[in-house]
Design a binder for this molecule. Structure first.
Ligand SMILES: Nc1ncnc2c1ncn2[C@@H]1O[C@H](COP(=O)(O)OP(=O)(O)OP(=O)(O)O)[C@@H](O)[C@H]1O
Ligand SMILES: [Mg+2]
Length: 248
């Protein structure tokens, strides 16, 4: 279970109001897609959900408890640009999250626990189609494979909430349909709640169960930083894998 509640949330950087008065309740296992103009605070919002930025005012609650003020295992993130380490193999990347989780002081797992971790990593790599590439290094992977690896690295930690910041924005349009299938499968099988920012409205309709639009309700041309964005539309969508499956 992970119900997320946002109450009267504001975010300011100095004199610039980025977000104003965001109110939102997101049920367990929703797939929330977010669109909005550049600079409307979408990434900032995701960073607050992750815990690497703090709200200026207001509350963020998971299951009625304040969100941890730093990242934890409950939440995972995938950014638009690959954040992989050139000297680590595909398998190393997936093990990395598990190693920190299982041995925070040593940073490595040994014996039976390592064996279990490798099994889990193999299973994860299989489900994102990277099992055959498990000994490769990032430079030997295509853009789509690198993004699959970033997703695998986050998802193996079994986050309740997965945050995706334009994860397919830098990819060749030809492969986005495969990536959509992958993310819908993971969303279904692992029952995560997903928040995904996209610039592609079609993508937001295809994947989401709910679409949020971030925009400014008020704008002062003399003082463009005086007002921030709010959620101007909150649109229920009947898409996602479930509907496709039931329609079949
Ligand atoms: N750490 C920071 N310090 C100061 N200002 C910041 C910081 N992070 C973001 N901002 C400002 O907050 C505003 C919102 O930025 P944000 O990155 O959240 O927008 P966005 O909606 O994700 O835009 P894009 O679609 O271009 O990715 C921008 O004006 C940005 O300059
Ligand atoms: Mg952004």
């Amino acid at each position: 279970m992970a119900t997320l509640t946002v109450k009267r949330l504001w975010k300011e950087y100095g004199n610039q109001v980025v977000l104003e008065n965001i109110n939102l309740t997101v049920a367990d296992h929703e797939f929330v897609t977010i669109v909005g103009a550049s600079g409307s605070g979408k990434t900032t919002f995701l960073k607050m959900l992750l815990g690497i930025e703090q709200p200026s005012r207001g509350q963020l609650l998971i299951d009625d408890k304040p969100i941890a003020p730093e990242p934890d295992q409950q939440r995972g993130i995938v950014f638009q640009r690959y954040s992989l380490f050139p000297h680590l193999s595909v398998m190393d990347h997936v093990l990395l999250g598990l190693e920190f989780q299982g041995a925070p002081f040593v940073g490595r797992l040994f014996g039976t626990r390592r064996k279990q971790a490798v099994e889990k990593a193999n299973e994860m790599l299989n489900s994102v189609g990277l099992y055959q590439a498990r000994d490769k290094y990032p430079a030997q992977l295509s853009g789509g494979m690198q993004q699959r690896l970033s997703i695998a690295q986050s998802v193996i930690c079994e986050p309740k909430i997965l945050l995706l910041d334009e994860p397919f924005g830098a990819l060749d349009p030809g492969i986005t349909s495969d990536m959509h299938d992958l993310i819908l499968n993971l969303w279904e099988s692992r029952r995560m709640t997903i928040f995904m920012i996209t610039h592609d409205v079609q993508e937001s309709f295809k994947l989401g169960t709910r679409l949020l639009v971030f925009d400014k309700l008020r704008h002062d041309p003399q003082s463009p930083e005086a007002y921030g964005a709010s959620i101007t539309y909150d649109i229920p969508l009947r898409n996602g894998k479930k509907t496709q499956a039931s329609a079949a």
